[in-house]
Ligand binder design. Sequence first.
Ligand code: ADP
Ligand code: ASP
Ligand code: MG
Length: 814
Amino acid sequence: MKVLKFGGSSVANAQNISLIKNIIAPINRDKTIIVVSALGGITDLLLQTAQLASIQDKSYTSIFLEIENRHLQTIKELIPIHQQSKVLSKVKSELNILETLLEGAFLIGEITPKLSDKIVSYGELLSSYIISEYFISEGIDTAHTDSRQLIKTNNHYGKAIVNYNITNDNIAKHIQECPHQIIVLGGFIASSIKGDSTTLGRGGSDYTAAIVANAIDAEVLEIWTDVSGLYTANPKIVKQAKAIPHISYEEAMELSHFGAKVLYPPTIQPVLSKGINIVIKNTFAPDAAGTLITKNQNRSGKTVRGISHVEQIALLSLEGSGMVGIPGISKRFFEVLSQAGISVVMITQASSEHSICIGISDQDTDLAVEIINDAFSHEISLGKIKPVIAEKELAIIALVGDNMKSHQGLSGKMFSTLGKNNVNIRAIAQGASERNISAVIKKDDVKKALNSLHEEFFEENVKQLNLFVMGVGNVGSKLMNQIQLQKKYLKEKLRLNIRVIGIANSRKMVFNEDGISLKNWEEALSNGQSTDKDLFFQTIKNLNYRNSIFVDNTASAEVSKTYNTYLRNSISIVTCNKIACSSDFNNYQELKDLARQYNAPFLFETNVGAGLPIIDTLKNLMASGDKILKIQAVLSGSLNFVFNNFNDKTTFHDVVKEAQEQGYTEPDPTIDLSGIDVMRKILILARESGNELNIDDIVNTPFLPKESLDTNNNEDFFASLVKHEESFQKMYAEASKADCKLKYVAQFENGKASVGLQHIPKGHDFYNLEGSDNIVLFFTERYPNQPMIIKGAGAGADVTASGIFADIIRIGNF
Ligand code: ADP
Ligand code: ASP
Ligand code: MG
């Protein structure tokens, strides 16, 4: 014989219930027991209406009507018209009794646990009756049984304890005597020895099914639900979670204890001693294999089987010097809680002789605080123990696996993964069986914590990077393009899954939690909301994704001022905007410190030499113990372009104009031509080589006439270039006469930096620098005479985008 249990969503409406018929159709002529939950959501509605009635809130009647309609509608859709009247009248008469009970609660303005159980039992009572009548109408040989007649409990209403002796006999006898092939029972409900309705705890239909399976020595217990098995983590929160094909009773028990709702925790216990297998299956995808739960230990070699979590947890701590050496304190502590029916979800390792720290359900907090303070009032009044401290809005997250005990370093890996993602751990505990390690964290961090742990333990190192891109002009749009083309390769070869979650330009911004399509991002952005920098940050913060990266492709000082807020929230930064790194030294230093403190890389490779790996190389030299003696460089792609094209056959004005048009200059060309841009770059290189320098410390000998430098807009600037053409031609003529080329050179040596136009003779490394190329010579202790040279295209949207992309990938490999 088999026992099949169908949960709330599987029986939520007529359409879903009709799927069950197909599932039971292939079953042979063996007797089969079907245990069903209330129609999905009805138990909550029953509790809600009872609660409203008890506070004399008349709106309870509208919820009652909703309950009534759901049932009547289901009957009308499920059962052929000519067979409906009997079912409708029976259900209506039951609903009348329910209505009378609610009226009673309303009139007295009170609801006892006993009445609450009576009211809530209507959910399973009605669903089981309707489903059995549906089977009958389909010609299936079916009987309906009121589980309250079989399952006997004590009178701990809300979560009654089963009397197995009586219950097992009742069930075995009833099933044996029942002449029908299918027997439909309501889950969750039972009755006391005196005959009052009781319930087995929320989610308890699974338990009913297990009790029945045990009593009749079922060959298997099938739990049919809305997911395809017990998953490596809650699939509603972790999209990458996978169904676990085979798991042991103990592992399943631990996972459900720590919140894997798909199985009600006490369910395993009745089937354990007889070794009855449990299979978890999906009503909506019956062909999926599901999860097999058996007595056998996990031999797959996998250490961590699953990750589960319980929300709505509070942490209680009792501490004080008066606890040391006094026997019986913990006994009293736990006794008070147990007498009040408060269950302790976890006891943390912070518990010592000096303090006790436990996790309980949030809803029990107020009561727990009251009774504990009461129980220790004497010690508290003497100052020996402090009043109990309660912290709410927490969650427990647990790693579970049979093989965990024989593996060292798992907790280290767990905590460092959480730490890296800035998930603060409030308390930790390890189960005595060493089958679980659990941590208490903030409720708001659950999604991030689950996903990062899942990635670490289950996803063969596929790391998800979540990008939020500000600025999608020249560089930004090239970046989108590059990511789109490379996405597949990165996933397959580097195991990096890059998703762009947010995009903004100066006008609009858009977010998509599933990742913005990189083919149609322009359209999505044009339909987005108005840009608001604070809201952009706030949205990223609230989404609270692991590996969030803010990509700044703007040249905005305003945007660069927001970096510290991002870093403080563990959001990494990749930027081609030079302003932050060339701002006041203290600000630069603070950003670097924040990046370290919050484990959020702050990368700006493109600040110098666009896509050329200049800063990265410098960092590697420094990290390996080398010392920078001198840096000599041509760092302005724009100025190089200008001086490579300027000669006695062109005009300075035209060449600068062309450079601007080709995107080689900043939007404001004076930033390049005044040397400010190069000053910023050499400043950043000097700082990255360990020197405390500010922009004012850099000597800049300008080559532009003062009048051009002092212009306020591009038009005046270009006009002044025309006016001073003669002086530019003179500069050129002098250089040619000396057989030299003009190059704008930046230099750093002995703590001093300078920038300016120089005559570069033939044979010098800079002489043959083409187009907009950059070149850097690093003279170091290891490269004292022959410098390390990095040379190549140092400006342009495509290479800058690829430098940003490289930084993003660096974070992926971090
Ligand atoms: P039913 O109504 O069928 O009893 P439940 O809602 O009680 O269904 O349990 C199924 C739900 O359990 C899933 O929809 C899922 O959201 C949740 N769940 C939590 N953790 C897990 C997990 N590790 N594996 C599968 N489901 C899980
Ligand atoms: N209907 C009950 C509940 O919602 C029992 C169950 O569905 O398992 O808690
Ligand atoms: Mg359930």
